[in-house]
Design a protein around this ligand. Structure first.
Ligand SMILES: Cc1cc2nc3c(=O)[nH]c(=O)nc-3n(C[C@H](O)[C@H](O)[C@H](O)COP(=O)(O)OP(=O)(O)OC[C@H]3O[C@@H](n4cnc5c(N)ncnc54)[C@H](O)[C@@H]3O)c2cc1C
Length: 332
């Protein structure tokens, strides 16, 4: 959107035919700055996202601690209708002059002298500059980014919970630690709840994690379990597992290419900042493309700040420091 606004001829390729639900639902209050900077605030406000007024965490001790966003200078955050959030941005990009092509997957990329040939599921394109925004897949950066520095082997096992009671209005994010990892839950604008348990991949039983395995862990998180029981939530389907590790490639940009968002760096979902950091890296990438800004140094700073925050947050939980999940994080 920003590149098109600046007069660049931009084509955006998205492999999905329709933008649907995806994990990663909480938008932190600081994201408001990006929405305003992009001139997207007026369009975002009437969308059907739930205001999120804080975080309840059970971390380091058994008693829950409430962090209210009333003390945040940027106001409240949101539990997103992710499909609507992304469609809203795509429509704004189209209005800015960006050519959006849905249902077109990038399959192969070839470097020409000073340009690229992009082979897609529907034909080939020539481009002067490539911006890799393919998320954790990192279609281009895997080829060009050098060594991959992976910090951990975190995975998220998540399920959607539903209830027939219309009694749950608590849109705060709940986070609770467990000897094998940690759990979170967030109320969605459609009245369902995402419930997710994060642990290391080698601590998950081989094959798909079962509903019984998942429930056993969620039940041990007393505050989250109390919330789910109070409103009689039941799982809609079997839990699914996705990668949630933190990591980055040695190079996030090179001659005529740049990687943005999760393609450049992935952050532990504990930070709840993936989308906001993706918007921030997009802002830095635009500066780099238009004004030769120093993208690599800016990304390095984002990464180091995240690593410090991650270390301090995990070290604040000392109750299970001898279990594999926590001892790895305390030693790192
Ligand atoms: C368990 C979990 C919980 C999370 N919770 C939060 C949270 O609460 N708040 C938060 O801010 N973040 C959260 N995140 C992180 C957040 O979802 C990501 O950081 C964010 O989606 C990154 O945005 P992105 O645009 O870089 O990548 P994505 O959102 O992954 O978008 C990449 C897009 O590229 C498309 N694509 C991929 N390959 C191709 C191809 N070859 N051709 C064409 N298109 C392609 C995909 O279809 C996709 O639409 C969470 C992540 C996990 C794993």
């Amino acid at each position: 959107m920003e590149l098109a606004q600046a007069g660049c001829d931009v084509v955006l390729l998205e492999k999905q035919p329709v933008l649907g639900w995806k994990i990663g639902e909480t938008l932190p209050p600081e994201a408001r700055l990006h929405l305003q900077r992009l001139g997207h605030w007026e369009r975002f406000q009437p969308e059907r996202h739930l205001p999120c007024h804080g975080v309840v965490s059970v971390w380091g001790h058994a008693a829950p601690v409430e962090k209210d966003f009333i003390f945040n200078p940027h106001g409240h955050g949101w539990q997103l209708d992710r499909a609507q959030f992304e469609s809203g941005f795509l429509n704004a990009a189209v209005e800015a002059g960006c050519k959006v092509r849905l249902d077109v997957a990038v399959e192969r990329i070839e470097r020409q002298a000073a340009a690229w040939t992009v082979h897609t599921s529907t034909g080939s394109l020539l481009a002067d500059v490539l911006v890799d925004c393919t998320g954790r897949r990192g279609t281009l950066i895997r080829r060009e980014g050098g060594h991959y520095e992976q910090v951990d082997r975190l995975v998220s096992i998540f399920a959607i919970a539903t209830t027939s009671q219309a009694s749950d209005f608590d849109s705060r994010t709940y986070v609770e630690s467990h000897p094998d990892g940690w759990c979170y839950t967030a109320l969605m604008p459609n009245g369902t709840r995402t419930v997710a348990f994060q642990t290391d991949v080698d601590l998950v039983p081989e094959g798909a994690p079962t509903t019984a395995w998942f429930w056993e862990r969620v039940r041990a998180c007393h505050e989250i379990c109390r919330l789910l029981n109070t409103h009689a939530y039941q799982l809609l389907d079997a839990p699914r597992m996705v990668a949630a590790h933190s990591g980055r490639f040695q190079h996030c940009a090179g001659p005529n290419w740049i990687a943005v968002g999760d393609a450049a760096m992935t952050f532990d979902p504990l930070s709840g900042q993936g989308s906001a950091k993706a918007l921030e890296s997009a802002r830095l990438a635009v500066q780099a493309i238009l004004h030769q800004g120093d993208y690599r140094t800016a990304c390095e700073q984002l990464w180091l700040n995240f690593l410090r925050e991650r270390r301090d947050t995990y070290r604040a939980e000392l109750r299970w420091r001898d279990t594999p999940f926590w001892s790895r994080r305390h030693a790192a």
